[in-house]
Design a protein around this ligand. Structure first.
Ligand SMILES: [Zn+2]
Length: 260
């Protein structure tokens, strides 16, 4: 069994879990690149896993189902018409072809019912945790997102993190504003530039790397607290306030960059 990224749209990753004959796909926003890959590799689709309802994660479900009538797993608290198995915290799924069992984690924040799949040291976390960043708060609160990220951070360090987008370079630019002195971050920036020049994915990450470099998982680090406090112009103490401040800072940072 191994895991392969299929690129979709400008920066989405559709993760393919595969062996010699079978494949399961995570968040197929577009069916075409998945069908191309399955045909080229002569693989039979056996399952679709969705993390949340956004169209760039579920938009390919229907077209894939026309060719492969497979189970579609996804969040029970979101509206995804093609789901066959509605999942929430405490549920687990078994992909027999790969002898893989995933636990389902509720991780609201980016969307209200967002879930993650975790097992065998693999984490498929959609648009909640990104390499060096996190998803935007479209439907949830800062408190929810912070709790969701803390839940993911409590998984073992060696967990490999498969995110929904290739956002790593932009995320690192922001993270270095927050923590200019973070040596792990400086090292990661160099690695990611090399991968980018070779047009290689920067994912998966690991939770150990995220805990060392991702400002959204580092809301209790003095340097992050200080930077967030400076940004808001008032002292912040609790981690949720620090998280909310750097989430807002990042949203503003993006706007400034896009204008300039
Ligand atoms: Zn999304």
């Amino acid at each position: 069994m191994h895991i392969v990224p299929v690129r979709a749209f400008t920066d989405n990753y559709i993760w393919v879990i595969r062996d010699q004959h079978h494949a399961a796909v995570v968040d197929p926003g577009d069916a075409a690149p998945v069908l191309d890959y399955l045909r080229r590799e002569n693989l039979q689709l056996v399952a679709i896993l969705n993390t949340h309802h956004h169209n760039d994660h579920v938009g390919g479900n229907a077209a894939l189902l026309r060719e492969f009538p497979v189970p579609v797993y996804g969040p029970k608290n979101e509206s995804i018409p093609t789901l066959t198995h509605r999942l929430g915290e405490g549920d687990s799924i078994h992909l027999a072809e790969f002898s893989l069992r995933f636990s389902v984690l509720d991780i609201p924040g980016h969307t209200a019912g967002h879930i993650a799949y975790y097992g065998a040291n693999l984490l498929f976390c959609g648009d909640t945790l990104f390499a060096c960043g996190c998803g935007r708060l479209f439907e949830g609160t800062a408190q929810q997102m912070h709790a969701s990220l803390q839940k993911l951070a409590a998984l073992p360090d060696e967990t490999r993190v498969y995110c929904g987008h290739e956002y790593t370079r932009a995320n690192i630019r922001f993270a270095r504003e927050v923590e200019p002195g973070n040596q792990a971050l400086i090292g990661l920036a160099a690695t990611v530039e090399k991968l980018h020049k070779q047009n290689m994915p920067t994912l998966p990450s690991t939770l150990a790397m995220e805990k060392a470099t991702n400002p959204f998982l580092r809301c209790q680090q003095p340097e992050v607290i200080q930077a967030a406090s400076n940004y808001l112009g008032k002292p912040l103490a609790d981690p949720v306030s620090v998280f909310a401040a750097i989430r807002r800072w990042k949203d503003d940072f993006r706007v400034v960059r896009e204008k300039g």
